[in-house]
Design a binder for this molecule. Structure first.
Ligand SMILES: [Zn+2]
Length: 461
């Protein structure tokens, strides 16, 4: 049999008189008998449209379309049913009357019969959605509503991963290349199955966080200014311009302390998972270049060999990770080969741990580092340590002092945020409320309901 991935029916011939078959159809005595088979990953189906006595027969033969690995007896059964129903429909077009005769259908696959003739809604992601929808459609209009071909191979159902790969991925790669994130030539270096394994169990909220902070369109000051949420693009820790790349590189002492803490946690994770020492050393050193880019290893001096990695295969993995760069590492993108080397290491120690699972967990650990830096940045952003807020407070009227503190001749300084101005001391609040109630008797303020009146009591006389 040749390699022609045809559609059904492929081969038809009539044994006997076609008019007798038409007459049997009109009288509701036509039978459709289908038999699908699978042998050596080749699916075929043979169908008979026959009178009850079998003297007149339309023979249909067809090969099941699709890839060899997708073949099954169930699929062959469906193909046979579709072929039989299509030919019966064509016969019906030859009838003079517009009646809808009954046809008895038999098939050796009960699952195929159920799926084809029951009326519950079909999910586009269900196996062989195309066939099932075609069969149901053939019972009405005799045509397939739509079909998907990838690389000239018919896809048997709406496999989202295949559609993503064929439709979304080319544009995504182009976008990444334009943004300087991942060049097309480095794309194959990434161990995408491991990335998929790492991302799949994460909750949607965490997946969204990763997407936003990978693209860079997140709540950093660069976008807060563009969205008119802030007047300036300033990092709350150091005051420099802030985008998503700045967060792990922020030169402030607080970011440095947090970074060291997170790296220490990563080292503890390496120890808890019995990570091979050269792998832990290399990845840790490469990660450090996020904050110290001048220490980026030169390609002509393969410094990672200093850590005892003599295997040429391991060297290739290190070089691939170097080409991806530290930022990709922080995004959890591991190069091909880490999982295999860690698996070998486990095996050499008699451990039955999985290298793939180790790599997927490592990818998540790396993302946690970035999330930890972002959390630290947000803690400062929403606190009185926010440099931007401190600068705003300094720019306020110098006579305004922090609430609860005695007024000073030079005005309020030192970490006063604007929100403090709306939080009076407890005893003063009581006075205001009393004044509101007893207005006209002995009010301490002329208009106690106004916050400006309240603040005026702190102004120097
Ligand atoms: Zn900063």
């Amino acid at each position: 049999m040749d390699d022609d991935w045809g559609w059904v029916p492929e081969f038809i011939y009539i044994e006997g008189d076609e008019h007798v078959l038409l007459e049997a159809l009109e009288k509701g005595k036509l039978q459709v008998i289908s038999d699908g088979s699978l042998k050596q990953q080749v699916g075929t189906a043979a169908v008979q449209l026959r009178t009850r006595r079998g003297g007149h027969v339309i023979w249909i033969k067809c090969r099941t379309p699709g890839k060899p690995e997708n073949q099954s007896a169930y699929l062959s059964g469906l193909i046979g049913l579709l072929a039989g129903i299509l030919v019966a429909s064509w016969l019906r077009l030859r009838l003079q009357s517009l009646a809808k005769p009954r046809v008895r259908v038999a098939c050796d696959g009960i699952a195929a019969l159920r799926q084809a003739f029951l009326t519950w809604p079909l999910s586009p992601t269900a196996p062989h959605f195309n066939l099932l929808s075609s069969i149901r459609e053939a019972l009405q209009s005799f045509s397939e509503p739509c079909a998907i071909y990838i690389d000239n191979k018919k896809v048997s159902c709406l496999a989202l991963e295949l559609v993503d790969k064929a439709v979304v991925l080319p544009e995504l790669m182009e976008y990444w290349a334009a943004k300087g994130r991942l060049a097309p030539e480095t794309f194959p270096l990434v161990d995408w199955p491991i990335v998929h394994q790492a991302m799949k169990p994460l909750k949607p909220a965490k997946q969204r966080f990763i997407t936003k902070h990978t693209v860079g369109m997140c709540g950093v000051s660069k976008f807060r200014k563009q969205w008119s949420l802030d007047s300036e693009n300033q990092c709350p820790l150091c005051g420099l311009e802030e985008d998503h790349l700045h967060v792990p590189c922020c030169p402030s002492d607080r970011a440095k302390t947090q970074w060291q803490l997170l790296l220490q946690e990563l080292q503890e994770w390496f120890q808890s998972t019995t990570t091979a020492t050269p792998i832990a050393q290399f990845l840790g050193a490469l990660l450090c270049t996020i904050r110290t880019p001048n220490n980026l290893p030169q390609t002509e001096t393969p410094w990672y060999r200093l850590h005892g990695m003599s295997s040429s295969a391991l060297t290739q993995v290190c070089e691939a990770q170097l080409r991806l760069g530290p930022q990709c590492l922080l995004e959890g993108l591991l190069a091909h080969g880490w999982a295999d080397h860690q698996q070998q290491f486990y095996r050499s120690r008699g451990s039955r741990r999985s290298g793939n699972r180790w790599a997927a967990n490592l990818s998540r650990q790396l993302i946690l580092i970035r999330k930890g830096m972002w959390k630290r940045r947000n803690d400062v952003f929403h606190s009185d340590d926010n440099i931007v807020n401190q600068q705003r407070a300094t720019a306020l009227h110098p006579s305004i002092t922090p609430c609860g503190s005695p007024p000073t001749p030079t005005g309020g300084q030192g970490g006063m945020g604007p929100r403090h101005l709306r939080r009076p001391p407890q005893n003063q609040t009581i006075s205001c409320r009393q004044a509101t109630i007893d207005v006209g008797t002995d009010p301490p303020y002329s208009s106690p309901s106004s916050p400006l009146t309240y603040l005026s009591t702190y102004l120097p006389k």
